[in-house]
Design a protein around this ligand. Sequence first.
Ligand code: PHE
Length: 347
Amino acid sequence: MKQQLENIRVQALAALDAAETPAALEELRVSLLGKKGELTAVLKQMGKLSPEERPIMGQVANAVRADIEAKLEERKAIINAAVLEQKLAAEAIDVTIPGDEVTMGHEHPMNQVLQTIKDLFVGMGYTIVDGPEVELSDYNFTKLNTEEGHPARDRSDTFYFTDDDSVLLRTQTSSMQIRVMENAKPPICILAPGRVYRKDEADATHSPMFHQIEGLVVAENITMGNLKSALVTVMKQIYGQDAVMRFRPHHFPFTEPSCEMDMQCHKCHGTGEVDGQVCSTCHGEGWIELLGAGMVHPKVLSGCGIDPEKYSGFAFGMGLERMAMGRLKITDLRLIFDNDVRFLNQF
Ligand code: PHE
């Protein structure tokens, strides 16, 4: 029996040493120490021994059991550590790997310029106002001294909504002059930026939808000098103190006298030519028209309930895209609306 127990010990320790997984270890524990295990089977034969042999064999059996249990614990610790090690390696996260970069958008270049212009006028006391793009012909034309039959009202230039031509997509932000003057008493000093629409083919300087910024100042003793100083002050802030600008006489039904303000073309520097070719940015003009302006027509003032004997005013309407093109040296207006990030990311 002693030999039997000794065999069990040697084989058990060898088997335990060879076990690699927690499952294999558990299987061995059951087969070695369990109720149906080998050791138990040997101990069941103890009754057949003589009273002298029994305590001696009992001691040997206990020692074998203790050895197996100790070995079990030892292997268990080693295998568990290995399992943990494997798990850690498999689930490892390298916290030092750089994350995926989140590319942030930024303000559209045209809105950057709009914000600059707004800031400049707000700094001079102007209030920003907003109004509808779907407008009444009354506001877009009639009350701006542009009677029916005037060429500006032509269906080939204007997007109308109704057969009687009474509702349209505003062709100019000048409609805001009327909306403001009908509702406020002088002194008035407002800036009204917004979209306008015309049936224009798109080219380097035209688009069927573009943005204007309307300005209107009405008070006592307002003169053309006030108009020029306000515009020159702002343009020099935007284009630099050495920017070249000019005022030209012009005609608008709702201002008298009227003028246009041009800026020297930033592409050809006024020559109208680039590398022997007609400059595509100014069509060879050498100048880029920035805005129309003038003194508010007395008929427009009185139509809005403002006494033209007491008050005078100036108004201007500038093209925002053209302002942005000049400021950011963009040579084709269509780029502003293409939303190509390769273009937008340059600003
Ligand atoms: N509304 C005119 C245009 O679109 C510009 C303008 C505005 C002219 C205000 C005079 C006064 O061309």
